[in-house]
Design a protein around this ligand. Structure first.
Ligand code: HEM
Length: 129
């Protein structure tokens, strides 16, 4: 099971990268006015967030079971590049990334007054009244 979860966690990185790249491109296009807020962007940000949260759960399982993570002697961990990477650097970097992705998604959901969003969901804007 450990090997299966490691493979799943390792392979899912490609899905994460593709989803985040697509989200970034769509968000930049929306920011530059080349595209309005769309259901596509909404679904894409949701998909990215779900994928990184699955990575988080799998990562947490691996963190407490992997032989590449050691808590007992930090002097040994910090001298060994592999142990240091998985015990300290990987989890820290990924937790920061997952937090930022989650904040981005929450911020996007908090723009109900956005006219473009109203057009997408309800088919009208305030200007139509
Ligand atoms: C988007 C988030 C993440 C991505 C894309 C990601 C990606 C990866 C990749 C590609 C590997 C394989 C590295 C290799 O063997 O060369 C890996 C391993 C690992 N990851 Fe993550 N990771 C993420 C989040 C996390 C988090 C949040 C944790 C801890 C809570 C974590 C813990 C681990 C551990 C312990 C391993 C080593 C597994 C082993 O081979 O024994 N990961 N991760």
């Amino acid at each position: 099971m450990m090997i299966g979860i490691t493979h799943l966690h390792t392979t899912l990185r490609y899905a994460v990268v593709v989803a985040l790249l697509l989200t970034l491109i769509q968000a930049l296009m929306a920011k530059n006015g080349k595209k309005t807020f769309s259901k596509g962007l909404d679904r894409l940000t949701l998909m990215s967030m779900i994928l990184v949260h699955i990575q988080l759960l799998l990562g947490l399982f691996l963190y407490f079971t992997s032989g590449k993570v050691l808590f007992t002697d930090m002097a040994i961990v910090m001298k060994n590049p592999i142990l240091r990477f998985f015990t300290v650097e990987h989890i820290l970097g990924m937790l920061i990334a997952i937090t930022l992705i989650t904040i981005g998604r929450v911020k996007l959901k908090k723009i109900p007054q956005d006219a473009a969003k109203l057009i997408t969901y309800y088919g009208f804007t305030e200007l139509d009244f």
